[in-house]
Design a protein around this ligand. Structure first.
Ligand code: SF4
Length: 64
């Protein structure tokens, strides 16, 4: 699975980071860093929660 971030939609609120701090980090400038864009299966639950938490639908989980 792969995480895709649409930076034009991201407002930097950090709800994804709250769900999965091992995968996402809001930087000092308000931009979002995806720390691991191809997380292993053990992160699936946190990853799905993070994607679902995003209010602007900036995150997409791509299978494969
Ligand atoms: S929850 Fe969505 S809008 Fe907020 S920082 Fe994460 S990707 Fe960006």
């Amino acid at each position: 699975m792969r995480i895709e971030l649409d930076e034009s939609r991201c407002s930097g609120l950090g709800l994804c980071e709250a769900e999965a701090p091992e995968l996402f980090e809001v930087k000092d400038d308000g931009s979002l860093a995806v720390l691991d864009a191809t997380p292993s299966a053990e992160h699936r639950q946190a990853c799905e929660a993070a994607v679902a938490s995003c209010p602007t639908e900036a995150l997409l989980l791509v299978e494969g």
